[in-house]
Design a protein around this ligand. Sequence first.
Ligand code: ATP
Ligand code: MG
Length: 342
Amino acid sequence: MKRIFSGVQPSGDLHLGNYLGAIRRFVDLQADNDCIYCVVDLHAITVWQDPAELRQRTREVTAGYLAAGIDPKKSIIFNQSQVAAHAELAWVFNCVTRLGWLNRMTQFKDKAGKNREKASSGLYVYPNLMAADILVYKGTHVPVGEDQKQHLELTRDIAQKFNNDFGVEYFPIVEPLIQGAAPRVMSLRDGTKKMSSSDPSDAARINMTDDADAVAKKVRRATSDAELLPDPSVIGPDGQFTAEFRQSRPEAANLLTIFAALSGQTLADTVGAFEGKGFADFKKEMTDVAVAALGPMGAEMKRMVEDPSHVDSVLRDGAERARALADPILAEVYDIVGFLRP
Ligand code: ATP
Ligand code: MG
């Protein structure tokens, strides 16, 4: 059995990228795997979070997991700060990872922006904490969106170096699971930027809790181009758009990919259905598809956040089960490193 670990930050609104790239796949993986799904609040504070909002968003992400169909009896759902072993193993990894490795991380460069001197040191070592999140459970498979590929490669390097340094075969070398119909959902305003919870423009993303009016407005205003929708020759042998099409018409590629992923159709069927049509017709149907897919989930999330007793009890129970798995692994790591346990 695979041990699946993944997480979502409670740092902004849950959006379609989180849903299609991550959460929807978490649900599917539950059937025949051992799954641990975390709300990564320690990661969230690598950039400033208002304390009251952080608490609220932690519940929101948990509600998103539950509303999407993660079963808390089957899978472990908890928030990261409640299991101290994550931060403790991250410290060990801070001492394993080389500065040169971190200097190559593109997410740090993107998030720190121009004024790097003002970025938190937590943002810099974020990938070490992510490696600890996974390896403190000896996770083997990690479902994530494509933007996390580089961090997972680093996780593999950290595991390898730890094993080599100490002459042990202790940590598994994790496999990224970057698949599904939409592993990289792009911004509605700019088809070359990823849809992100930290984008200052709310119009750039569809949130899981957006109501029908908000979805309709955002889809209507989504950037498109002046051409008609393409014929299926822009789809490659792998069933995805060719790189050439994505580069020349990033917005069209993104909207069609989202449509296919939400409707459950293949990309070829979606493209075939809209071949030669304009964006106006397409956007009307896209709104319907998005509202049908997200509406019931969003309503359920709002209900769960209003009365958070269920969410809180899921997190409490999940943290206990997570600690029971993580603490013995951390103790073994401490022995390997040579920490005395008097
Ligand atoms: P931030 O921009 O602050 O990093 P985020 O929107 O990337 O926030 P995360 O909590 O960092 O959200 O990511 C949670 C999961 O969602 C990760 O697996 C990530 O790869 C996935 N994800 C995030 N954005 C997208 C996207 N645009 N397309 C596909 N997957 C995505
Ligand atoms: Mg992210």
